[in-house]
Design a protein. Structure first.
Length: 94
């Protein structure tokens, strides 16, 4: 579980990064509702993994290192996003 300080730091970093992340997701997922769902799922994955964040690195570089893969299913209720842990399958090139 994150400390109050970690939660506040995440909120600050996410607030700064969210516009560019949103722009990227909207470019990939043209449906605005799906893009919003993916953006929210992305924030949740990053928050859950924030204890892995090294504050010596830029937040966006850490975000990129997680290699988040969006997967959209036509069936409601299925996961829209999954993150692969380090040393496991990764999206794109390493």
């Amino acid at each position: 579980m994150l400390t109050q300080e970690q939660q506040e730091r995440f909120a600050e970093l996410w607030t700064e990064a969210q516009p560019s992340v949103s722009q990227y997701i909207r470019a990939v997922r043209r449906d605005s509702e799906v893009a919003q769902d993916v953006l929210q799922a992305t924030a949740l994955v990053l928050l859950r993994r924030f204890d892995e964040y090294d504050p010596e690195r830029p937040f966006v570089a850490w975000f990129d290192s997680i290699r988040i893969c969006s997967t959209v299913s036509p069936k409601p209720g299925q996961r829209l996003l999954r993150a692969f842990p380090p040393n496991k399958m990764r999206c794109g090139s390493v």
